[in-house]
Design a protein around this ligand. Structure first.
Ligand code: GDP
Length: 363
C-alpha cells in the first residue's frame, strides 16, 4: 500500500518525510528502512499491540506498515512538462492515495514559491495540475471511444462516463469528489487518473500554534475546502515532528505530555492514511510474535488468512476469534475460552477491527 506525499516546494514535505522515516528508530528490532531516498516504510502505530505484548510477552512485536513516497517537485505547469513535471506526475500514478502537504506556517525566512501564504490557492495549483493531466487522458480516450460507442453498449456507457468526468474537470472539480459507483471506477481504473485518488490534506502549522490550533487562521480554510470534496484534514507541525522523531519512545511520551498532547501529529497522520486507504488490521498473538496484519475493510476470514500464508487460505477450516479487549480482560486465551468468549467463525465471517485471530487449516 503506497501513499505519495505531494505539495508545492517549501511547504515541509521533506521535513515530514524525514520525520516519518526517522520514526523507524522506535521499532529498533525491525527492518523498517528507507528503501530508496524517497521511499520509506513506516510502521502503523497500534497501541493494541503493546497491550497484547504486555500480556503475552512475545519474542517480537510486528506492526503493520505503509509505504510513503516523497514526491517532490510538483509545480505549476507540471502537466505541461514544466520542471520535471511528467516524471512527478508518473510517480503520483504509482501510489494509491495522496497526502497533500499545505503550508499553514508563517516564516519570512522560508520563501513561498507563490509569493504569499494562501493554502487554498496552493491546493488549487496542485489539484489543477492533476486535473489537467486527467483532462488530457480523458480527451484521448474520448476520441477513441466515440467511434466505438455507436451501437455498443459497453463503449457508450464509457463514452457517457468520460463526458461526465470531462465536464466535472471543466467545472474545477477533482474526480475524487464525484463519488463514482463501483462499476464506473472499474471502467476507468487503468487510465491512471490522478485527481481520482483519495487525498488527505496535511496542514503544516507553525510550532507556536500547536497548542492552540484554533489560532491558525489557515487551518479553517483548508478544512472548509476539504469538506466540500469529502476529504480529511490532519494538522501537524513538521518541524516539531522532526524533533520528536529523534527521541526515544519514553522521551517522546514525556515531550508530548508536556505539550498536553496524547499523540504525535505523525501518529495521527499515519493512522489517518491507513484509514484513507480503506485498510484495517487484525491481530495474531502467540509466544513467538504479536503482530498486526493489513487487510482491506470488509475482508472475509479465508482471505485474511491468506495474508499470513496462501496455504492457510487454501486449507481454511475456521477462525477462532476474540476481540483484543476481551482477551486482555480475561488475562489470557485459556480463561477466555473458559468464559466462552472465543468464537468459532467460518468462511463468510468478515474480520472486524481489533479481532485477535487464530486460523485452523488443513495442510
Ligand atoms: P519541501 O520543499 O516541501 O520538501 O519543504 P522542506 O521540508 O524542505 O521545508 C522547506 C523549508 O521550510 C525548510 O527550511 C524547513 O526547515 C522549513 N519548514 C518546514 N516545516 C516548517 C515549519 O513547520 N515551520 C517553519 N518555521 N519552517 C518549516
Amino acid at each position: 500500500m503506497k501513499l505519495g506525499i505531494v505539495g508545492l516546494p517549501n511547504v515541509g514535505k521533506s521535513t515530514l518525510f524525514n520525520a516519518l522515516t526517522a520514526a523507524k528508530a522506535e521499532a529498533e528490532n525491525y527492518p523498517f528502512c528507507t528503501i530508496e531516498p524517497n521511499v520509506g516504510i513506516v510502521p502503523v502505530p497500534d497501541e493494541r499491540l503493546d497491550l497484547l505484548a504486555r500480556l503475552i510477552n512475545p519474542e517480537k512485536i510486528t506492526p503493520a506498515t505503509i509505504e510513503f513516497y516523497d514526491i517532490a517537485g510538483l509545480v505549476r505547469g507540471a502537466s505541461k512538462g514544466e520542471g520535471l513535471g511528467n516524471k512527478f506526475l508518473s510517480h503520483i500514478r504509482e501510489v494509491e492515495s495522496l497526502i497533500h502537504v499545505v503550508r499553514c506556517f508563517e516564516d519570512d525566512n522560508i520563501t513561498h514559491v507563490e509569493g504569499k501564504i494562501d493554502p487554498i490557492h496552493d491546493i488549487e495549483i496542485i489539484n489543477l495540475e492533476l486535473m489537467l493531466s486527467d483532462l488530457e487522458i480523458i480527451d484521448n480516450r474520448l476520441q477513441k471511444v466515440e467511434k466505438l460507442a455507436k451501437g455498443n453498449k459497453a463503449y457508450s456507457k464509457e463514452f457517457e462516463l468520460l463526458n461526465r468526468l470531462k465536464k466535472a474537470i471543466e467545472e474545477g472539480k477533482p474526480l475524487r469528489s464525484l463519488n463514482l459507483e463501483y462499476d464506473e471506477i472499474n471502467i476507468i481504473k487503468n487510465y491512471g487518473l490522478l485527481s481520482l485518488k483519495p487525498v488527505l490534506y496535511a496542514c503544516n502549522i507553525g510550532e507556536e500554534d500547536l497548542l492552540d490550533v484554533g489560532k491558525n487562521k489557515y487551518v479553517d480554510l483548508v478544512e472548509e475546502y476539504a469538506k466540500k470534496e469529502e476529504s480529511q484534514v490532519v494538522v501537524f507541525s513538521a518541524k516539531i515532528e522532526a524533533e520528536i522523531s529523534q527521541l526515544s519512545k519514553e522521551e517522546k511520551e514525556i515531550f508530548l505530555s508536556e505539550l498536553g498532547l496524547k499523540e504525535s501529529g505523525l501518529d495521527r497522520l499515519v493512522k489517518a492514511s491507513y484509514d484513507l486507504l480503506g485498510l484495517m488490521s487484525f491481530l495474531t498473538a502467540g509466544p513467538k510474535e504479536v503482530r498486526a496484519w493489513t487487510i482491506k475493510k470488509g475482508t472475509k476470514a479465508p482471505q485474511a488468512a491468506g495474508k499470513i500464508h496462501s496455504d492457510m487460505e487454501k486449507g481454511f477450516i475456521r477462525a477462532e476469534v476474540i476481540n483484543y479487549k476481551d482477551l486482555l480482560e480475561c488475562g489470557g486465551m485459556a480463561k477466555a475460552k473458559e468464559k466462552g468468549l472465543v468464537r468459532l467463525e467460518g468462511k463468510d465471517y468478515i474480520i472486524q477491527d481489533g479481532d485477535v485471530v487464530l486460523f485452523r487449516f488443513n495442510v
